[in-house]
Ligand binder design. Structure first.
Ligand code: PRX
Length: 689
C-alpha cells in the first residue's frame, strides 16, 4: 500500500546514515517475498518475533522503515489488526480493530475479540518447551539467583489463581499486590489475569498511608504481600506496613502472605500463608475467557493535582503494544535473557519485566537489589554471571555508577550485551556516552526510550529504525510505529515543521494507551484530552530538532521526576500540611546532578512555632510517613511568607528560580502583592547553601 500522505513532514529530511553493526541482520533479505497465508494456527504465529524484516514480510508493499511507519499511521487498523492476529492467541477473533474517539476519551481496540493474557504469557510457551527459563530471580545477595521455567511458572500461577478463587475473588475484583520483584509477585499478577481480576501493584517502598489510600481507591478485596523484603542488605517490613494500612481499609477481607525471609512478623486475623495455601491447590486453573477491553490492571501515578490516579489498562491492546515494543525496541528474540532492573511496582516493571518479555517467550530478570549492593559493580557482575543480552536501566543509576569510576565495569565480561536502554527521565549526554563506551564498548545499540504509565509502552525511541540508522546521544529521537507525535504551542496551535519547541502531544490512538482513570473518567478527560482538543497531552515538553528528531525537555506541569520516580508537588505539600506547625508550603523541583530533580520545599510556620532542626526532621518524617522515602525534600526552607500575586496565587516560577540558584534572573516580579518577599527568600536560600 502506498502511504496516503506523509504524516511526518518533519522527518522527511532525515538522512539515514548507514553503517554496519557487526552481526546484525540486514533488512533487505525479505524484499519482494510474499507472506505465508495466515491462519490462527499457522506456525508463524508461534515463532513470530517481529523484527524489521519480518514486518516487511507481513506488509510487502513497504520496502523501508519509513514506509512501514507511514503505513502504521495511515492504515492503523490494517497495521494493528494484522499484528494482533499474528502475535496473540485468541479464543475468539475480533470483528473490528478500533473504535476510538479523542473527544470523549473512549478507546476500544480489537472489539469482539476474546483472549486470556496469562495464556499468552505462559501457556503457549510452556506448551512449546516447559523447561525454557521464564524468570531469573536475582536476589539481593549476588550469586543466589533462582530460575523458574515456563512449566514451573504455569504451576505457580495456577496455584495462586486457585487460592484467589477460593478466597472468593471473581472477575473484575481488584487485588492489591505489595511485593518486591520475585517469582510469586509475577505469578500473582498473572493469576489475576488468569481469572479476570484486576491487579493494582503498589510499589513496595510506599508508606502504609500511601498503600491504604490506593487500596481504598481501588476497593481491593485482597492484598498479596511478603513477610519482609530484602534490599541492599537491609530488611524491609512489608507485612507490618500492610497490617497498618489495612486497619484503614474496610474492603480488604484477606491478606495473602508469601515467605521471603521466614522471620516472625506482625500478624493480623486476615492473614493466610500464601505458600501453604498454594500447596493445597491444583496446578491447573481454567483460564477465564475475557473480552479485549476487560480491565487488566490499574497502576497509580502522580499528577499535578490531587491524589495519585489509578491509570487503567485493558487486555489485548496493552499486551500487543508491550510485546511489540519489547521485541522491536530492544531487538529481543527467543533465547535472549532480558534484564530490566526496574521494580515491578512501576509501569516499566509491568511492561518490560513481566508482560512484554513473557508474551515474547524470553527469559526475564527480576532484580531485587540495588545498583551499588554489595558494590558499584553489581549490575555488571550480574550481566556477566547471567549473560544478559539487553539491559534496561534508569539514567539516575547510570549517573551514579559513572561517578564510581570505570574500574567497576571493566572487571567484567559484558560481551553478551547487545542493547542498552534507559528510561524514566532525560539521559544527559555525558551519561549516554559512558553507557555507550564504557558499558557497551561502542558495540551495543543504546536506546533512550520515552514513554509513560499512561502510554503502556515505549512511544519514542531510536529503534525500531532502518538498520544502521544514526543514533544521537541523549534523545529518544524517533516515534514508534503507530505513534504520531505533535508539538503544540502556547495557544494550542500545532507547530508544524522542524526546530520547534512546545507541548508534546500524540495525535493518534494506539493500542497500549490508558483507557481511563479508575473511577473518574472526567479527570481522565480533563488531564489528557482537554488541554489540547483532539490530542493526547503527555504533560511533557519537547523539541523537534532540525532533523526531525524528538528530545524531551521535561514536565510542563507540577510533576517532578526524582530518581526516575514521578511525584506530584501537591502530594508533598499535602503531607507537609499535616504537620501541626505548617501554615503553608510550596514544593518545586530543582536540577540535581544525581537525582535528575531534587525536591525543594518552602514552608511557612504558624505563629508560636520555631524553625529549628527538630521541626525540620519532623517535616521530613511526615513526608516519609504519608508517601515514601523518595519523596522526602532535599531542602526545606522555612520562610516568613511565600511570593503571591494580588489575587493570592503562589508564583511558583520565582520559587523554581530561587531553588535553581538563578536568583539574578527572576523575571517580572511587579505583579507580586509584596515584592519584598523575594529578597527575604533569596537571602534565606543563600544561608542554606
Ligand atoms: O517526564 C517524562 C519522564 O517520565 C514521565 C513518565 O513517568 P512514569 O509514568 O512514571 O513512567 C516512567 C517510565 C516509563 C514522562 O512524562 N520520562 C520517561 N522517559 C523519559 C522521560 N523523560 C525524558 N526522557 C525519557 N526517556
Amino acid at each position: 500500500p502506498t502511504p496516503l500522505f506523509d504524516p511526518r513532514p518533519a522527518l522527511m529530511g532525515i538522512r539515514y546514515i548507514h553503517f554496519t553493526i557487526q552481526g546484525r541482520q540486514s533488512d533487505t533479505n525479505q524484499v519482494g517475498s510474499k507472506p505465508e497465508p495466515f491462519t490462527m494456527d499457522s506456525p508463524v504465529l508461534r515463532n513470530f518475533n517481529c523484527s524489521l524484516p519480518e514486518l516487511r514480510h507481513l506488509f510487502p508493499g513497504c520496502s523501508s522503515h519509513e514506509e512501514l511507519y507511514n503505513l502504521s499511521i495511515n492504515q492503523t487498523d490494517l497495521f494493528w489488526g494484522t499484528l494482533a492476529r499474528l502475535r496473540l492467541r485468541w479464543n475468539r477473533d475480533f470483528q473490528q480493530v478500533s473504535d476510538c474517539n479523542m473527544e470523549t476519551g473512549s478507546f476500544r481496540w480489537f472489539l469482539g475479540g476474546q483472549l486470556n493474557v496469562s495464556v499468552n504469557c505462559v501457556d503457549r510457551h510452556k506448551e512449546k518447551d516447559p523447561s525454557r527459563v521464564a524468570l531469573i530471580w536475582e536476589k539481593d545477595e549476588p550469586g543466589q539467583e533462582e530460575r523458574v521455567t515456563y512449566g514451573e511458572l504455569y504451576t505457580l500461577m495456577n496455584q495462586v489463581s486457585n487460592v484467589l478463587k477460593s478466597q472468593g475473588v471473581q472477575k473484575g475484583d481488584r487485588v492489591a499486590i505489595y511485593m518486591p520483584p520475585c517469582p510469586l509477585a509475577v505469578a500473582s499478577m498473572l493469576a489475576c489475569a488468569r481469572i479476570g481480576a484486576v491487579h493494582s501493584v503498589v510499589f513496595a517502598g510506599f508508606s502504609a498511608e500511601a498503600l491504604a489510600s490506593r487500596i481504598n481507591d481501588a476497593e481491593a478485596k485482597i492484598v498479596i504481600t511478603a513477610d519482609q523484603g530484602v534490599r541492599g542488605g537491609k530488611l524491609i517490613e512489608l507485612k507490618k506496613t500492610v497490617v497498618t494500612a489495612v486497619e484503614k481499609c474496610p474492603t480488604v477481607q484477606t491478606i495473602l502472605v508469601a515467605k521471603r525471609t521466614g522471620n516472625p512478623v506482625v500478624s493480623s486475623p486476615l492473614d493466610i500463608d500464601l505458600d501453604e495455601a498454594m500447596v493445597k491447590e491444583s496446578g491447573e486453573c481454567e483460564p477465564a475467557v475475557l473480552d479485549s477491553e476487560d480491565l487488566l490492571f490499574m497502576l497509580y501515578t502522580s499528577g499535578s493535582t490531587g491524589n495519585p490516579k489509578g491509570i487503567v489498562h485493558s487486555q489485548a491492546g496493552y499486551l500487543l503494544y508491550a510485546s511489540l515494543t519489547h521485541s522491536l525496541v530492544f531487538d529481543c528474540k527467543e533465547g535472549d535473557i532480558f534484564g530490566c532492573v526496574a521494580d515491578i511496582g512501576w509501569i516499566t516493571g509491568h511492561s518490560y519485566v513481566v508482560y512484554g518479555p513473557l508474551a515474547n517467550g524470553v527469559t526475564t530478570l527480576l532484580f531485587e537489589s540495588t545498583p551499588t549492593y554489595p558494590n558499584p559493580g553489581r549490575y555488571w557482575e550480574t550481566v556477566q554471571r547471567l549473560k544478559i543480552n539487553q539491559l534496561y536501566a534508569a539514567p539516575t543509576a547510570i549517573r551514579l555508577l559513572l561517578k564510581y569510576g570505570d574500574e567497576h565495569v571493566e572487571k567484567y565480561d559484558l560481551s553478551s550485551l547487545r542493547t542498552l536502554g534507559s528510561v524514566g527521565e532525560p539521559i544527559n549526554v555525558e551519561a549516554w556516552h559512558w553507557y555507550n563506551k564504557v558499558v557497551g564498548k561502542e558495540k551495543c545499540v543504546v536506546v533512550d526510550t520515552w514513554w509513560q504509565t499512561e502510554t503502556g509502552g515505549i512511544c519514542i525511541s531510536p529503534t525500531p529504525s532502518a538498520p544502521g540508522s544514526e543514533i544521537r546521544p541523549g534523545m529518544p529521537m524517533r516515534p514508534m510505529y503507530g505513534i504520531w507525535p505533535a508539538i503544540l504551542g502556547e495557544k494550542g496551535e500545532e507547530l508544524k515543521g522542524n526546530d520547534v519547541t512546545g507541548a508534546l502531544c500524540l495525535k493518534k490512538p494506539w493500542p497500549g494507551m490508558a483507557r481511563t482513570i479508575y473511577g473518574t473518567h472526567s479527570r481522565f478527560l480533563e488531564t489528557y484530552y482537554r488541554p489540547f482538543n483532539g490530542f493526547y497531552f503527555t504533560g511533557d515538553g519537547a523539541v523537534r530538532h532540525s532533523d526531525g528528531y524528538y528530545q524531551i525537555t521535561g514536565r510542563m506541569d507540577d510533576v517532578i521526576n526524582v530518581t526516575g520516580h514521578r511525584l506530584g508537588t501537591a502530594e508533598v505539600e499535602n503531607a507537609l500540611g499535616q504537620h501541626p506547625s505548617v501554615a503553608e508550603s510550596a514544593v518545586v523541583g530543582y536540577p540535581c546532578s544525581d537525582k535528575g530533580e531534587g525536591i525543594y520545599a518552602y514552608v511557612t510556620l504558624k505563629d508560636g512555632f520555631v524553625a529549628d532542626a527538630k521541626t525540620e526532621a519532623e517535616l521530613r518524617g511526615i513526608v516519609r510517613q504519608k508517601i515514601a522515602a523518595y519523596a522526602i525534600p532535599d531542602v526545606i526552607q522555612i520562610c516568613s511568607s511565600l511570593p503571591k500575586t494580588r489575587s493570592g496565587k503562589i508564583m511558583r516560577r520565582i520559587l523554581r528560580k530561587v531553588a535553581a540558584d538563578e536568583t539574578d534572573n527572576l523575571g517580572d516580579i511587579s505583579t507580586l502583592a509584596d515584592p519584598a518577599v523575594v529578597e527575604d527568600l533569596v537571602a534565606r536560600h543563600r544561608t542554606l547553601k
